[in-house]
Design a protein around this ligand. Structure first.
Ligand code: BGC
Length: 799
């Protein structure tokens, strides 16, 4: 088993691997407005769901905060703005060692990377009993996809397209981490990412704002639960605000240039959804955004987050990102960096020590108004009160171990693992698709460096997840078929290998009926933070192993473990079955064998576009059309054809697999999309949009879906929209809804999506969110590239 935590101060420190009736009414205008409210599934609720009960908006709590603030010295106030890592470093360290003394003096507001009820209680006792005003600490941690019960990585969770399931997973993470004294998760990562070179694409929900927003809400609800002050609720921290996922060339921490329109239309919606779901904190990002570091950016932090959205919680910087304002080049000394970050709206300084060191002087010299300090402290105390930390600062040490890995939670992890797997290919071998495999196979060759690597199943950032808790493919297969039927040969390591090992694997393949190949990336070193790749194929000698094993002539199933799509054109042409497994978590092997042997059918769908080659990146389905679109983007130009089109001369424009793609063990046909109206009047739409709930149905779209196969199966019907003739160019398609249906073999069903006014709203050329006259195309489709659309118009003149 690979070592997944570095030797460090505290034995309990977490690790990051170093851790849906077509209406026949063709009416116009107001008459087309159906006084109905949308069904929960086709439109994930978007309202400020916890607003009325938002604990951060309680007058009682505000009074308490005011009273406490009045008692605080400036030093104590500044202390609340300071956060340190008390355990294993997850970034460059400040070298500070005097935690306990600082806690006593009220100079620290938060610690992170310390876990375990005993450890957190010990530190909390110092804060609550020995500091003058008894203000509790808030303990944070990178709880990314589970705490001890590890779920699939966030990209895998997004591939489920099941926010309800993700919410449950986040609840489990909250229960476990709170039992270990951690009441604050630096999660969800809601960065839109369009470039698979970026290692952190693994930590988010992919390239789409609608799906991203659904996942963001799910995480926040799961973490924060019904009541934020319940001892098993933890505060969410959507990150990294904002634009971090647009790092140029996919290189981590790199510069981002994002127009205000693009920012609002694509990058902000998941953050806004998280804020509306009640997230108590936000984390400011590392990147510079249009030249301004995100951690010193008043436009995003003050104007958008606080003024436009009304966020009442607090903002913590990312690791040392206050100091990095200097490296970005907009401050030449620590004091200026601290001042710029703070005045821009970063309340809490993670690790850099610059608030601790400079804030007193900055206030005394008038460079930072005391009133601004009071406001920042107010935001932090508000969250601490809302969590119930003042009333219940400690964790029940007797309950910690029983909270971990509860059987029902492990079962949920298995379900999440199963639902996260995306079947990319399943070609016929001897007349029928290779998957599912026959229940009784006398001899199966299991080959590859990821077939029996428990640590890797946890992913790159598994909090307290342990490899020893994880079931590998080898273990699950042996349990199912018996050791004598499973012939395991590693074949190669992830990064290096020998001729002999490859030869041994080929031999095992030759002597077996079926070959299972488990290939991919090394999660800790090749995925996640600071793990950008310029080449996104199989590392080491794995491609060679793959080709030689396939040459052995046996049916091959390739299981890919990765934190990103891998460019494998050879495999996608020659290997009959391919599953994108991501990193499935503690139940990896069991989730996979259930799919492989057909006890469960694959239901996962891609949350991103899967590239053919790295040169296509950034690649995303919701792109603009350009002035010279290629009408047939799947075909590279041939001699004599029109040359001056937007395409590559040496590669197709299309992805290998489109956004939303995923096969099942049956097949479905999607009939043409039909719209209940041919025209919507702009004024009616504007009126509906102006309504408070914005959820009045303005149009219904429907399509007939048929299970054309021989097995029952589930399909994920996706609703896409295109707007033409608008003030600003809009994408060729935008996801606006999805629903799941289970159909019996041969069964047909007409499925329906009810669309509200907000569905048609977008950020226009003047950066105002609203509706405009447009030609509308709507598709109900099995993925982002298919479907037969319906067109209609939004007619009228804007008021
Ligand atoms: C990462 C954040 C993380 C923080 C604390 C940073 O390096 O960018 O995502 O929450 O470290 O560990």
């Amino acid at each position: 088993m690979k070592l997944r935590r570095s030797s460090s101060v505290n034995d309990n420190v977490p690790f990051r691997s170093c851790v849906s009736i077509f209406s026949l009414v063709l009416l116009c205008g107001v008459g087309t407005l159906f006084p109905r409210v949308l069904p929960a599934q086709s439109k994930a609720p978007r309202g400020k769901t916890v607003a009325s009960s938002n604990p951060l908006e309680s007058p009682v709590l505000e009074k308490k905060v005011t009273e406490l603030l009045q008692k605080m010295t400036l030093e104590e106030k500044i202390g609340q703005l300071v956060q340190y890592s008390a355990g294993q470093a997850t970034g460059p360290t400040s070298g500070r060692t005097e935690d306990k003394d600082m806690i006593r003096k009220g100079q620290v507001g938060s610690l992170f990377n310390v876990t375990g009820s005993r450890e957190t209680n010990a530190l909390q006792h110092i804060a609550v009993e020995n500091s003058r005003l008894h203000i509790p600490l808030i303990f944070g941690l990178d709880v990314i996809h589970g705490f001890r019960t590890t779920f699939p990585i966030p990209l895998g969770l997004a591939a489920t397209w099941e926010p309800e399931l993700v919410e449950k997973a986040a609840r489990v993470a909250a229960q476990e981490s709170s039992a270990a004294g951690v009441r604050w998760a630096f999660s969800p990562m809601v960065d839109i990412a369009r470039d698979s070179r970026w290692g952190r694409i693994s930590e988010g929900a992919g390239e789409d704002p609608y799906l991203g927003a659904a996942m963001a809400r799910a995480f926040v609800r799961g973490y924060q639960g019904e009541h934020l002050d319940s001892p098993d609720s933890i505060v969410a921290c959507p990150k990294h605000y904002v634009g971090y996922g647009a790092a140029e060339a996919g290189r981590d921490y790199n510069t981002t240039e994002i127009s205000e329109h693009t920012l609002r239309q694509f990058y902000l919606p998941p953050f806004h959804a998280a804020e509306q779901a009640g997230a108590g904190t936000f984390m400011s990002a590392f990147n510079s955004l249009n030249g301004i570091p995100a951690s010193a950016n008043p436009f995003t932090l003050q104007q958008i987050l606080r003024k436009e959205w009304g966020f009442k919680g607090f903002v913590v910087s990312d690791w040392n990102s206050v100091a990095e304002v200097m490296a970005h080049g907009v401050a030449i000394d620590g004091a200026t960096a601290a001042r710029k970050a703070f005045l821009a709206g970063v309340d809490m300084d993670m690790v850099s020590n610059l608030y601790h060191r400079n804030m007193m002087q900055l206030v005394q010299s008038g460079l930072v108004p005391q009133a601004e300090i009071d406001e920042a402290v107010r935001r932090i105390l508000r969250v601490k009160y809302a969590m119930g930390l003042f009333d219940h600062p400690y964790t029940d040490e007797g309950k910690e171990s029983a909270a971990m890995l509860r059987p029902e939670n492990v079962a949920l992890a298995k379900r999440a693992g199963t639902r996260s797997l995306v079947l990319l290919r399943n070609e016929a071998v001897s007349g029928s698709p290779i998957l599912p495999l026959a229940a009784k196979i006398s001899s199966i060759a299991l080959i590859g460096p990821l077939a029996d690597d428990a640590g890797n199943m946890i992913g790159s950032w598994g909090a307290l997840g342990r490899g020893e808790d994880a079931v590998t493919l080898r273990r699950a297969l042996s349990q199912r078929l018996g050791d004598s039927s499973v012939h395991y040969e590693k074949g190669t390591n992830i990064l290096d290998g020998s001729d002999n090992d490859i030869a041994a694997a080929v031999q095992v393949a030759q002597n077996s009926d079926v070959v299972l190949l488990a290939l991919g990336e090394d999660a800790p070193t090749m995925t996640g933070e600071a793990a950008s790749r310029a080449w996104i194929g199989l590392p080491g000698r794995q491609q060679e192993l793959l080709e030689k094993v396939v040459a052995a002539g046996k049916p091959v199933v390739l299981v890919l473990f990765s934190g990103r799509p891998l460019t494998l054109p050879w495999a996608f042409e020659r290997v009959p079955a391919v599953i994108a497994a991501w990193y499935p978590g503690v139940q990896a092997g069991n989730a996979l064998t259930d799919i492989l042997f057909g006890e469960a059918a694959p239901t996962g769908h891609l949350p991103l576009s899967w590239p053919r080659s790295v040169g296509q990146e950034p690649l995303y389905y919701n792109a603009l059309n350009t002035g010279r679109p290629e009408a047939d983007p799947a075909h590279p130009p041939e001699a004599g054809e029109k040359k001056f089109l937007s395409r590559y001369i040496d590669e197709q424009n299309t992805p290998q697999f489109p956004f939303g793609f995923g096969l099942s063990y049956t097949t479905f046909s999607y009939g043409p999309t039909q719209a209940s109206v041919k025209q919507i009047s702009l004024s009616a739409l504007e009126r509906a949009f102006a309504e408070k709930s914005k959820h009045t149905v303005v149009l219904s779209a429907s399509a007939e879906i048929k299970n054309t196969g021989t097995r029952a199966g589930e399909t994920l019907a996706q609703l896409y929209l295109r707007l033409d003739g608008t003030s600003i160019a809009m994408p060729v398609r935008m996801l606006k809804g999805f629903q799941r249906f289970t159909l019996a073999p041969g069964e047909s069903r007409k499925i329906n999506f009810d669309l509200d006014a907000e569905t048609f709203a977008f950020w226009g050329a003047e950066n105002k969110f609203g509706v405009e006259p447009a030609r509308v195309t709507i598709w109900i489709a099995p993925n982002g590239a298919e479907g037969e659309g319906a067109t209609l118009g939004i007619a009228g003149t804007s008021r």
